[in-house]
Design a binder for this molecule. Structure first.
Ligand code: NAG
Ligand code: NAG
Ligand code: NAG
Ligand code: NAG
Ligand code: NAG
Ligand code: NAG
Length: 432
């Protein structure tokens, strides 16, 4: 096979794999529409494309019996889904989108069940268009009085020119393949700062960029990307918006792992890369690995289970949904449990109960005699602490200096399970 053909073959294979992974079908063989009028339908063999050709609205599926209406970049094979209409209510069967005669946009499956709607009946909607900025707009007529727009109902992605107001909430996907709204959110706080939250109440990153226009220049990959973030405020409203100075293709998205990243497209290499990540260390994301999960920001996937524990939801875990954390592979039995030493794990001692002792044997006794105690930790200066609630936010950190001992089942025939950290185990059997 000539090299060029081989390349084409490999490229084709890559596209095929990417399409398998992302679930998007190759769109070039589809019929495209530029707008929808009253009574028009969009079937799964069709897409709605923006005037400039940059954005596509269509259907995608990442798993069986789950069809979504989504938006993506038209010409990048590996485009992320920039917006998902029915993220929490996938349609189980063949679907179509209809702009009803009343001006309501509805997503209907073959059984007639409506899985999503714009709720714009009788509001003078006359047509639907996909703007050149990737905004699905329901408007009254050609002179474009906007009645409804997808920019007001974002999923996890902040596109250039989209306004981030005090009402805007971006929510992370549940897993790499499941767009359901999940535990991490990105929004503006009451004072105009940008903020990342876990479960809507624990803030794990904040930056007040409202003071002055912020420009971020990045020159990786032989190109200069200049992201200009602006903040507008008057007596009644305030919002952020952003753009890339040279209109290079970029987007900002809250990852399924709770990290806010700005992504840029390298046209030469035909690939996406990350310009900025906040927080820079994913392990700072609150509850990232769930109860008992251990975070390592330097290796993918970020979350592992400690030895003798196993993912609580192994299917989700394989798709980077770590929210359920890890559970004991074998049931604990207070009286026969033992402790496994994990000296490379750091943990925030402030939530733990101090024993006031620097004697680790004593500490182990205290923990083993208290059936609710799940771990004991001796800090770098030797003081011991007990933990009686599920461990969260533990991190792989070889320089911790203290010692961390986790309660595990004392049953025979234990071996570290799959997908747990591979480490040398120093098992300290229950003393005394
Ligand atoms: C697209 O799908 C619809 C409904 O399934 C069908 O009626 C129509 O003929 C299809 N169009 C093309 C071009 O395949
Ligand atoms: C479009 O709608 C606006 C108000 O909704 C109206 O003032 C205008 O005349 C309409 N234009 C056309 C071309 O129908
Ligand atoms: C950057 O430019 C250099 C020299 O022109 C080239 O060797 C290198 O491959 C380029 N890197 C990227 C990521 O495009
Ligand atoms: C504030 O700005 C908004 C959006 O630009 C505008 O609609 C509104 O009239 C302004 N309010 C005042 C009091 O200036
Ligand atoms: C430990 O937790 C306390 C209280 O929750 C918090 O104030 C502190 O910043 C945490 N320390 C670290 C190093 O994360
Ligand atoms: C523990 O504390 C006692 C008294 O507070 C002290 O005498 C002893 O040296 C300490 N032991 C260690 C190992 O730090």
């Amino acid at each position: 096979m000539p090299i060029s053909m081989m390349r084409a073959f490999v490229l084709h294979l890559n596209l095929f794999v990417i399409n398998l992974i992302l679930g998007s079908r190759i769109s070039s063989c589809k019929q495209t529409l530029n707008s929808m009028g009253l009574g028009d339908r969009l079937y799964s063999n069709q897409t709605l494309v923006s005037q400039n050709g940059a954005f596509t609205l269509g259907f995608f599926s990442n798993s069986p019996n789950a069809i979504y209406l989504g938006l993506w970049f038209a010409d990048t094979a590996s485009s992320p889904k920039l917006w998902v209409a029915n993220r929490d209510s996938p349609a189980p069967t063949e679907v179509f989108l209809e702009l009803t005669n009343e001006g309501n946009m509805i997503l209907v499956d073959s059984k007639g069940k409506i899985s999503w709607m714009s709720a714009t009946s009788e509001k003078n909607v006359e047509m639907a268009v996909l703007s050149d900025t990737g905004n699905l707009i329901l408007q009254s007529n050609e002179t474009a009085t906007v009645v409804w727009q997808s920019f007001d109902y974002p999923t996890d992605t902040w596109l250039p020119e989209m306004k981030l107001t005090s009402e805007t909430i971006f929510r992370s996907w549940k897993s790499l393949i499941n767009p359901a709204a999940d535990r991490f959110s990105f929004r503006m706080d009451d004072y105009g700062a940008l903020e990342l939250l876990w479960n809507d109440y624990v803030s794990y990153w904040k930056a007040d960029l409202s003071i002055q226009p912020s420009t971020f220049v990045d020159t990786t990959q032989n190109r200069t990307y200049t992201i200009i973030l602006t903040f507008f405020s008057n007596a009644t409203s305030s919002y952020y918006t952003w753009m890339e100075r040279d209109n290079q293709r970029c987007y900002i998205a809250l990852g399924q792992d709770g990290v806010l990243r700005s992504h840029a497209w390298n046209e030469q290499l035909k690939e996406w890369f990350v310009l900025y990540s906040n927080p820079t260390n994913a392990c700072e994301v609150e509850h990232l690995c769930g109860p008992y999960g251990i975070c390592d920001g330097n290796t993918l996937p970020f979350c592992k289970c400690p030895p003798y524990l196993t993912p609580a939801d192994s299917k989700g875990w394989d798709q980077n949904d770590w929210s359920m954390g890890c559970v004991q592979a074998r049931a604990l039995n207070c009286y026969t449990d033992r402790f496994v030493a994990l000296d490379y794990i750091s943990y925030n001692l402030s939530g733990m109960t101090s024993t006031g002792s620097n004697d680790s044997n004593m500490c182990e006794k205290l923990c083993s005699h208290d059936c609710t105690c799940v771990a004991y930790i001796c800090s770098a200066d030797g003081m011991c602490f007990l933990q009686d609630t599920p461990l969260v936010n533990s991190q792989n950190s070889p320089n911790f200096g203290g010692s961390f001992s986790l309660r595990v089942s004392g049953s025979d025939n234990l071996s570290p399970s799959r997908r747990t950290l591979k480490v040398d185990l120093a098992v300290c059997l229950q003393a005394g």
